[in-house]
Design a protein. Structure first.
Length: 461
């Protein structure tokens, strides 16, 4: 049997693994919640460490904590933030809804580390000074989301945008058949198609820019119910300043602590923006799959990079594995958003009691969208090639080009020409020459696919 030691809390004694840094309250949570084997994500542990460091700094600045005790907490907390003790955070995500178990897990580990360094530090009286789980955990979710968005999501999506813009510049001169309702439509260029994706992604990032001012406003300082009991009246603002110094992000104190602790409206807004970004990923992934389809019986407009065999039974088959993976990421993020929305409804009176599951889902969504953006850019967008023969052949046979003749010959005659071109499989130019007196040169000018991608009046671009 593994060795244990006896720890005590307000409920009595219990055994804790001898070499564990955590104490009685963490151990009770380990025993009470053997549910999923899912732990708090790294970003949340990092955020808890940063919060405990900032709180100790604020308590010291407000003359509430002796300098040596504060220093020992700061050192230990920042070691936790840096990931040196992730194994000491064993509590399941599905725990008490306030996240008290995870807050106490951080308090106990940090106190133990401080004691190892020679300081007499108590997990509640010192590490948790001026705090409550009810403001620490929602603050940690805000911080984790803010860090994940700033450090990972935004840079990786910007990388995807940059790759799309570079490929768009490269393919501006290549016209292709446009499609609406999955049916042939007027021509566009590959550059226009890729820039549409880029614009969607840019709009997605702008949504995060707008929500940041609310995400940076922290619940910390409200303590138990939002009134700030047992915290200095300036603790919230001083804490926000200290955390800003630690992270480089402009955190502030929430204007209304009661609202900040009782509701998750801002985090739900963040989740909705993650969902919107996931929907954009789905659009891009599915367009790539369609364009790559075939290579003989599909559209065959592009060829994605060959990354792995596509079948265990069909030799030579290659599948669009990156777009498929990205589409699955999007499905997961959309599901996570549904979970966050349901959890956000569980704010009763002064507290929401589904904080840990909100933390888990939001952090997972941010990390999935960040990593898949780079994979999509580097393993699909960057390396696909255009099958010019297929693209040009389809474009030449596209009867919808007759739309360009509407002002010259009218809709009815144009419809007749298009139907005959469809039926016979002949180029619309040849059929139009038989049914109009516009002449070959004029028709070629009117039906020039590249000119038509520029819009305006046909023949006058």
């Amino acid at each position: 049997m593994s060795k244990t030691r006896i720890e005590r809390d307000s409920l009595g004694e219990l055994e804790v693994p001898a070499d564990a840094l955590w104490g009685a309250q963490t151990q009770r949570a380990v025993e009470n919640f053997p549910i999923s084997d899912r732990r708090m994500p790294r970003l949340m542990i990092r955020s808890l460490g940063l919060i405990k460091s900032a709180a100790a700094r604020a308590n010291r600045a407000l003359d509430l904590m002796h300098g040596s005790i504060a220093a020992s907490i700061i050192t230990a907390a920042e070691q936790v933030a840096d990931g040196e003790y992730d194994a000491e955070f064993p509590v399941d995500i599905f725990q008490t809804g306030s996240g008290t178990s995870s807050n106490m897990n951080a308090n106990e580990v940090i106190a133990a580390l401080a004691k190892q360094a020679g300081a007499d530090v108590h997990p509640n009286d010192h590490v948790n000074m001026s705090q409550s789980s009810n403001d620490v955990i929602p603050t940690a979710i805000h911080v984790a989301c803010a860090l994940g968005i700033a450090e990972s999501l935004v840079p990786n999506v910007k990388h995807l945008i940059d790759v799309l813009e570079a490929r768009a510049d490269e393919l501006d001169g290549v016209a292709k058949t446009g499609r609406t309702h999955l049916m042939d439509a007027m021509p566009i260029t590959f550059g226009q198609e890729l820039r549409a994706w880029s614009s969607q992604l840019d709009a997605g990032l702008n949504r995060f820019t707008d929500v940041r001012k609310r995400l940076y406003a922290l619940p910390q300082g409200g303590t138990a119910v939002g009134s700030g009991i047992n915290a200095h009246q300036n603790f919230g603002s001083v804490f926000a300043g200290e955390l800003s110094d630690l992270t480089g992000l402009p955190f502030s104190q929430a204007l209304d602590h009661f609202a900040a602790q009782a509701s998750l409206d801002t985090l739900l807004e963040v989740s909705s923006h993650l969902r919107s970004l996931a929907v954009t990923y789905t659009k891009i992934a599915n367009d790539l799959r369609w364009m790559n389809s075939g290579p003989l019986a599909g559209l065959g407009e592009i060829e994605l990079p060959t990354l792995q065999p596509g079948s265990s039974i069909m030799p030579g088959k290659v599948n669009p594995v990156i777009p498929e993976a990205v589409a699955m990421v999007a499905v997961q993020v959309i599901g996570n958003d549904a979970a966050v929305a349901a959890a956000a409804q569980s704010g009763n009176f002064q507290l929401n009691v589904m904080l840990p599951v909100v933390a888990s889902n939001l952090v997972e969504s941010i990390e999935l969208l960040a990593s898949s953006a780079r994979v999509l850019a580097d393993k699909a967008i960057q390396g696909f090639t255009v099958n010019h023969d297929n693209v040009d052949a389809a474009l030449a046979r596209n009867p919808i080009l007759v739309t360009a003749l509407n002002r010259e010959i009218g809709y009815d005659l144009g419809s007749k020409i298009a139907k005959e071109a469809y039926k016979t499989g002949r180029p619309v130019l040849d059929v139009a020459m038989e049914h109009t007196d516009l002449g070959e040169e004029r028709l070629k000018a009117l039906l020039d696919p590249m000119a038509l991608t520029r819009g305006g009046l046909p023949g006058e671009q």
